[in-house]
Ligand binder design. Sequence first.
Ligand SMILES: [Fe+2]
Length: 304
Amino acid sequence: MALESTRRRPSSNVTPTEGSGFAAQCPRKRRERASESFGSVVHLTPLEAFRTTSGGKFMRGYTDLHCHYIAGVDDGVRSEDDGVALLRALHAVGFDHVVATPHMRPAMFDNHAAPLREAYAQLRLRLDREADLPETSLAAEHFFDDVVFERLLRGQGLPYTAGRSVLIELATEQMPVALPARLFDLRMKRLRPVIAHPERYTVFHRDPTKQADALRKAGAVLLLDVCALVGKYGERALRAAEQLVENDGYYAACSDAHRIEDAEITGRAIDRLHALVGREAGEVLLRDRPKEILQGRIFDDRFE
Ligand SMILES: [Fe+2]
């Protein structure tokens, strides 16, 4: 079934229950302990944060599925230099692959696939001359209105590399009408919906677990903006993210970085994620599962 298939972990030995091994081992206590450590965190540099987490050893190999480092196409970085600096900073906190996901949102960021491919190709010319950068690729953050939905069905979106999964942004205040049916239509097109930052949506603040279950039953996977775990989006998003992490609600985690400074926040947030779920489950969320999404290896039993 769809729910089971989305929760499959082929590239990890961690089972869904163990994944939040955290949840099985007195979640309240661990959460309190993590909150305490969160509250006492001194602002560490990303590298210091990683040393703290890993006992001096750097963790690497993460894939960031959501980032805005192409200048001039949305509300992301303001210049090419900033884009390069952001990529370098994310590389420093453990990301070896960072996907550019500019907004595709009519009336706000009216981007189409072809111009975004051109902008990315232009940036690649610069990146190829730079050192100490992660690998990169291009996708888009698709705002799920009628226009973009139809575009996706016509094959005019920008899925992740393998063409099997797409990043979807929903309106913050209200879920679209007939959302499950529309997600089903995407799956009919062999596109797995990856829901961006569910912890920020108002309906998730009321009952995160119930909302997450509904979306997963509709065949979507949920992508945590890890920075929610250090309060970047306020208290309600923080609590929703904590509950979903605790209940194994997320399939993967990302940075959704827009500025160079976001890399430092991401470093601290990764540190907190590890404090909450343990290092092994944290690596599944940051390394194994994002790669599965990127490479189109989350299969959908219903349509395979
Ligand atoms: Fe974004």
